[in-house]
Design a protein around this ligand. Structure first.
Ligand code: SAM
Length: 195
């Protein structure tokens, strides 16, 4: 990552923290992923040479910038979706400012519907960073859309362990995924599809 992009990301992250600080309503907060969590997932994108990444929960595009930068290296593309139209507009502007707009499709819509419309075995890595109780319902489509050795990454798996527990259990229960919980940022749960 070049210095200018690192500065854009640092400024955006600090702005997000300042924005969220005084807000009591969780849904009004931008809730950006921590830089360490975004760096870990970006490393997975590069290590897998992922070319197709789907993020559910764009917010203002902070994590999307990290992933789009990694996908610039791999020759791939990010699809990221958010249910809030204002956030989609903000994300597009931030991706443009960061110089990585061309590596991302930012969609306004529901994550479940986006997953349902995603072809079988077409995605290298899925990032879940939206409303955690919904992830269990995503499960059949997540299994369907991931390529062999595709990766699932779930943020807030330590900070909101109780809300991710049922999904964690599903991921670990069927022997299809090699599961690991990384104590990075707010906790990143990963599953690599091995069967
Ligand atoms: C934790 S924030 C995402 C943070 C973002 N990944 C980042 O690091 O900057 C969660 C986002 O999920 C969005 N969201 C909530 N429910 C959704 C759904 N069903 N489909 C798509 N997005 C959803 C919210 O509007 C919110 O912007």
């Amino acid at each position: 990552m070049d210095d200018q992009l690192a500065r854009v990301l640092d400024d955006l992250y600090q702005e997000g923290r300042a924005h969220d600080g005084p807000l009591a309503d969780r849904l009004l907060r931008l809730r950006n992923m921590t830089p360490d969590a975004a760096r870990l997932i970006s490393t997975l994108i590069r290590a897998r040479r992922a070319t197709s990444v789907l993020e559910i929960g764009t917010s203002n595009g902070y994590s999307a910038i990290w992933f789009a930068d990694a996908l610039r290296d791999t020759g791939g593309r990010l699809t990221t979706v958010d249910i809030d139209a204002g956030r989609v507009t903000a994300a597009l502007a931030n991706l443009e400012k960061a110089g990585v707009r061309e590596y991302a499709d930012v969609r306004h819509g529901d994550g479940a519907e986006t997953l349902a419309g995603t072809p079988d075995a077409s995605v290298d890595l899925v990032v879940l960073d939206a409303e955690r109780p919904a992830y269990v319902d995503y499960w059949p489509h997540l299994r369907r859309v991931l390529k062999p050795y595709g990766i699932l990454a779930v943020d807030n798996a330590v900070s909101h362990r109780d809300q991710v527990a049922a999904f964690h259990g599903l991921l670990a229960s069927q022997g299809e995924f090699a599961v690991a919980l990384h104590e990075v940022g707010d906790g990143v749960l990963t599953g690599v599809r091995v069967r």
